[in-house]
Design a protein around this ligand. Structure first.
Ligand code: IMP
Length: 197
């Protein structure tokens, strides 16, 4: 049985493959199914979007599917950009434009606390899905630092560190990140089921 990771985000895919031990499972991604259209992420929560992505890809491929929906929640902005993190500065999705907008919104603000959040959904081929979540608390700094990672990584310093996610080695980010915490739970809850596929 094959498992499809329901994403065409190469950075996410690389992190998921680096963090999650898929053992002997035959793992594909949405890149292997170019004929399947992108899933429209129109849910109001990370849970809704993660389930929608996993279920649509599972039904379209006839495989089990794993999907990640993530974003950044900034306390003083009432949790924004949250579920709208990818398109915070509008279409088309641009990491530099999103980061510039976030810096503008937080200009002069002393409360910089924030967290990344990930929800992972696993769907069986019939579309029955379950979710787990993970987060990573930290703060938003006042200028871009570092070249690793993607998205808001150059602005986010996780609690307990002085470097941004974009300055930290990928091995460190993949140990402490929201995605790592969610995938650790996914492994605890679904590892045995996936190993038996
Ligand atoms: P989605 O989960 O594909 O809807 O995308 C969420 C958006 O949140 C991405 O486009 C990034 O801007 C941001 N994001 C999610 N995870 C990370 C991360 O690990 N680092 C930096 N930004 C992230």
């Amino acid at each position: 049985m094959q498992l499809v990771i329901a994403t065409r985000n190469a950075h996410k895919l690389e992190e998921i493959r680096a963090i999650f031990d898929f053992r002997s499972l035959d793992v594909l991604s949405a890149f292997d199914f170019p004929e399947i259209p992108d899933v429209v992420e129109d849910g109001e929560t990370f849970e809704e979007n993660a389930v929608k992505k996993a279920v649509e890809i599972a039904k379209a491929t006839g495989c089990w599917a794993l999907a990640d929906d993530s974003g950044l929640e900034v306390d003083v902005l009432g949790g924004a950009p949250g579920v709208y993190s990818a398109r915070y500065a509008g279409e088309p999705c641009s990491y530099p434009a999103n980061n510039e907008k976030l810096l503008r919104e937080l200009s002069g603000e002393t409360n910089r606390s924030a967290r990344f959040r990930t929800v992972i959904a696993l769907s069986d081929p019939e579309g029955k899905a379950e979710t787990v979540s993970g987060d990573c608390p930290g703060k938003i700094i006042g200028e871009l630092r570092g070249a690793n990672g993607f998205g808001y990584d150059p602005l986010f310093v996780p609690n307990g560190f002085t470097e941004t996610f974009a300055e930290l080695d990928a091995v460190v980010k993949n140990r402490i990140s929201h995605r790592a915490n969610a995938l650790k739970k996914a492994h605890a809850v679904w590892g045995a089921k996936l190993a038996a596929l």
